[in-house]
Design a protein around this ligand. Structure first.
Ligand code: 3PG
Length: 206
């Protein structure tokens, strides 16, 4: 799968922070049942790689990826765990090379025209726009589409059920990402029905 195709699989990519890998499978099943099969598990917790492994093995309808790829080594570790895509909050030359080396689709984070153009020089045309709301929001992305229409984005950071349509209506946005689908208390309490319901509402955004 190419990164461009990844952007078109679902309107919303849940950004998940998982402390307990045992919660990974029921959580992923709830998101898939609600209509959001693309799931980004952030490498911000000890159990993140184990969570990716379990989802990859036990939830065949999920397309699980690794987020918060910050160190070049994170890319290969995530690929070994079964991640099917990689997402980073920003990008450096070494990180881009490490993500490219996995042969997985990846969404490197950018928040400016220059950062986007630096990646474009390497043939990267699908990116994460982060932190979306703080970096200028939908008006900023709309402005980028004039000079850089060949780049498509997944805005993430401050995106919610209420403001997502502002982004999804733009020609250079494939999908949005966000953590609002998996509130920490719902994950802690195993409230999978609530998460499925949040996913269903988000899946209906497009
Ligand atoms: C990310 O890692 O992409 C963001 O932390 C998610 O941002 P949000 O919590 O504002 O949705």
């Amino acid at each position: 799968m190419k990164a461009e195709e990844l952007l078109d699989l679902a309107p919303v990519v849940p950004v998940v922070v998982l402390d307990d890998p045992d919660a990974a499978v029921p959580l992923a099943r709830a998101l898939v049942a609600g209509g959001l099969p693309v799931i980004e598990v952030t490498l911000r917790t000890e159990g993140a790689l184990a969570a990716i492994e379990r989802i990859a093995a036990e939830v065949p309808d999920a397309v699980v990826g690794a987020g918060t790829i910050v160190q070049p080594e994170d890319a290969e570790r995530s690929a070994r765990a079964g991640a099917r895509f990689l997402v980073s909050p920003g990008c450096t030359g070494r990180l881009r090379e490490a993500m490219t080396a996995t042969a997985l689709p990846f969404l490197p984070g950018v928040s400016s025209a220059s950062e986007a153009m630096a990646l474009l020089e390497h043939g990267v045309t699908a990116m994460k726009f982060f932190p979306a709301e703080a970096a200028g929001g939908a008006p900023y992305l709309k402005a980028l589409n004039g000079p850089l229409p060949q780049i498509r984005f997944c805005p993430t950071g401050g995106v919610t059920q209420d403001n997502a349509t502002r982004y999804l209506g733009l020609p250079n946005v494939g999908c949005v990402g966000g953590s609002w689908l998996t509130p920490a208390d719902a994950v802690r309490d195993g409230d999978w029905d609530r998460i499925e319901d949040l996913a269903r509402k988000a899946a209906a955004l497009r």
